[in-house]
Design a binder for this molecule. Structure first.
Ligand code: NAP
Length: 334
């Protein structure tokens, strides 16, 4: 049996392209003492994957020759540990591969649910990032206006839906008229502004007649600059990510920093989802409640086949996806 694996052929200097990756085939690895062999089922495709190729972030940099790292949901296929049994479903730091091995203590056992993809979208990294960032850093109150960028993406879509469930007025920012329509009609946002159409500051001012109290920033750069222009005094800016800066050799920061922060007494704070792991149970209970009441729609964008992972990431950075993008490597076990 062979194990397919996608490695970095060459690190990108500007936009990511298929030739930056190479598909290799090796034998399926056997687990050592205390290790497990995992069959990869679903791989998370994240904007952050591209930032890992630029240098060290909250994790080590990815280098040429490395198998591309990913967060994955896997099935235990062999076990040399008492911690995990064959057939268990786990989450793990994996690679773009059919099979991996790792020490059993590095895999986190997951509940068996009817649809594993939900553990990656609404009850996984996307839902948790949206919930923790909005609740713990944005601290929105009913009646306030919340703006969120990459609004049709996985994190942004949940941020807006949570804010609506809390009684806020929600304005999205997304690329293209069709996506903006989808964000309003499908996700129930009050308004959505197309940042590709030009005149973003003016369009945001029109969409936020009372200004904005919270801005959940997924993109950084010029979009952040425009959002700062419509913030109210003592507003909160949640710095979740900067996808506009990951896939370019010419990053461009907002020009109104720190001026806008000073004049408007804004609070701007970054976070990494793991910072709030202690509140994960509370998050999952809240998300389940909103999903069951129909206040949050689960949006997923699943690309079939390990070999399509490079294009899935390139497409995500180009704004192809609606909802949580992931790659299915193998079918959910029965
Ligand atoms: P996503 O939002 O599902 O997809 C990325 C979206 O970004 C694309 O669909 C695209 O939508 C938009 N985009 C791409 N280039 C852009 C640009 N130049 N300007 C504005 N928008 C652009 O991806 P995700 O993986 O969920 O990540 C969203 C953000 O959350 C990223 O910044 C990521 O780093 C961050 N994140 C942070 C944490 C944390 O712990 N802090 C955890 C997970 C994710 P359009 O068509 O609208 O352009």
């Amino acid at each position: 049996m062979t194990n397919r694996q996608i490695v970095i052929a060459e690190l990108p200097e500007d936009a990511l392209r298929p030739e930056h990756f190479r598909l290799t085939e090796t034998d399926v690895p056997d687990p050592g003492a205390g290790e497990v062999q995992l069959r990869v089922i679903l791989m998370s495709i994240d904007a952050a994957n591209r930032s890992w190729m630029r240098g060290a972030t909250y994790r080590a940099a990815v280098k040429t020759g490395d198998a591309m790292p990913t967060y994955a949901i896997c099935e235990v296929t062999k076990s040399n540990s008492d911690r995990l049994a064959v057939g268990d479903i786990v989450a793990a730091e994996a690679t773009w591969s059919d099979y991996i091995t790792l020490p059993a203590h590095k895999a986190q056992k997951l509940p068996k649910v009817p649809q594993l993809s939900h553990l990656m979208s609404v009850y996984g990294i996307a839902g948790k990032t949206a919930y923790h960032g909005l609740i713990s850093i944005g601290r929105p109150m009913a009646g306030e206006t919340v703006i969120v960028s990459a609004a049709a993406g996985s994190v942004g879509g949940y941020v807006g839906q949570i804010a609506r469930a809390l009684g806020c007025r929600v304005v999205g920012i997304a690329g293209g008229a069709e996506k903006c329509r989808w964000v309003q009609e499908e996700l129930g946002f009050d308004a959505c502004v197309d940042y590709r159409a030009g005149g973003l500051s003016r369009a945001l001012a029109e969409a936020c007649p009372d200004g904005a109290d919270v801005y959940f920033d997924n993109v950084g750069g010029k979009v952040l600059e425009s959002a700062l222009n419509v913030m109210n005094e003592r507003g909160r800016v949640v710095c979740c990510g900067a996808v506009s800066q990951y896939d370019t050799d010419a990053p461009a920061g907002p020009r109104n920093l720190p001026g806008a922060i000073v004049v408007k007494r804004l609070r701007m704070e970054g976070f990494i989802v793991m910072d709030f792991a202690r509140d994960d149970d509370k998050c999952l209970r809240a998300m389940r409640h909103w999903v069951e009441r129909g206040q949050i729609k689960v949006t997923e964008d699943i690309v079939e086949g390990l070999e399509n992972a490079p294009q899935a990431l390139i497409g995500l950075l180009a704004g192809e996806n609606k909802g949580k993008r992931m790659v299915r490597v193998a079918a959910d076990p029965n």
